[in-house]
Design a protein around this ligand. Structure first.
Ligand code: PGA
Length: 247
């Protein structure tokens, strides 16, 4: 039985005052939960959030890392630095990174290996654009991205996959339940054929306009093991309802 994971991706949102939202989340989830909960704040808040959540069941993660451990890469953050600040996981290959920073599958793959090197779980994102879905290429795109972005040696412990159709992110639109089920079944079968038992146990998250009103329905779809939540993770009240939907 795969334990569900609800991960919040705050993107470039949140000043120090947003610690109050984390405080509410910690207060509302004081005991071991039946689902895992992760918050990925901007890097500036990571260390403070890790301290704030230390005694709670909520974990803290990064939103990206460089593939190198250290060096002359102005503005970048290494996986080791994220771990040192208290992160246990890092999002890799989000479509906003792929688009804004021209990250291709090879870069994503190298970053995932760097995450593992720092003992972080790599949450590797894949997903088609709207044009690709309209052209009937969604499954093929996701398969190709999985092949190129997920390094050899992936296990259910060191890797989580997030299916995030680009056109569903921040738009309020989601694929139908059948479309989500189809992509997740395809990912499961690709991961099982490559990683055998580890592929069967790997968590597959859905991301893209998950909100309190649709979380329960989406989390009930076969092979959906939780969600990667952007906008609706910024407010503790909304995110708490999504966490509750995963229990
Ligand atoms: P959204 O973002 O929930 O705001 O659509 C999801 C994501 O980009 O991870």
């Amino acid at each position: 039985m795969r334990r569900k994971l609800v991960a919040g991706n705050w993107k470039m949102n949140g000043l120090r005052a947003a610690g109050a939202e984390l405080e509410s989340l910690v207060a509302a989830n004081p005991v071991p939960l039946s689902a895992d909960v992760l918050i990925c704040p901007p890097a500036t808040l990571l260390a403070a959030f890790a301290t704030q959540a230390a005694a709670s069941p909520i974990s803290i993660g990064g939103q990206d890392c460089h593939h190198a451990v250290s060096g002359a890469h102005t503005g970048d953050i290494s996986a080791v630095m994220l771990a040192d600040a208290g992160a246990t996981a890092v999002i890799i290959g989000h479509s906003e990174r792929r688009a804004d920073h021209a990250e291709d599958d090879a870069v994503v793959c190298a970053k995932a290996q760097a995450a593992w090197g720092a003992d972080l779980t790599a949450i590797i994102c894949v997903g088609e654009t709207e044009a690709e879905r309209d052209a009937g290429q969604a499954l093929e795109i996701v398969r190709t991205q999985l092949r190129g972005s997920v390094p050899d040696g992936a296990t259910a412990l060191n890797t989580v996959i997030a299916y995030e159709p680009v056109w569903a992110i921040g738009t309020g639109r989601t694929p139908s339940n059948n479309e989500i089920a189809e992509v997740h079944a395809e990912m499961r079968s690709a991961l099982v054929s490559r990683f055998a038992a580890e592929g069967a146990e790997m968590l597959l998250l859905y991301g893209g306009s998950v909100k309190p009103a649709n979380a329960e329905e989406i989390f009930a779809i076969e092979n959906v093991d939780g969600g990667l939540v952007g906008g609706a993770s910024l407010k503790a009240a909304d995110f708490n309802q999504i966490i509750a939907a995963a229990r």
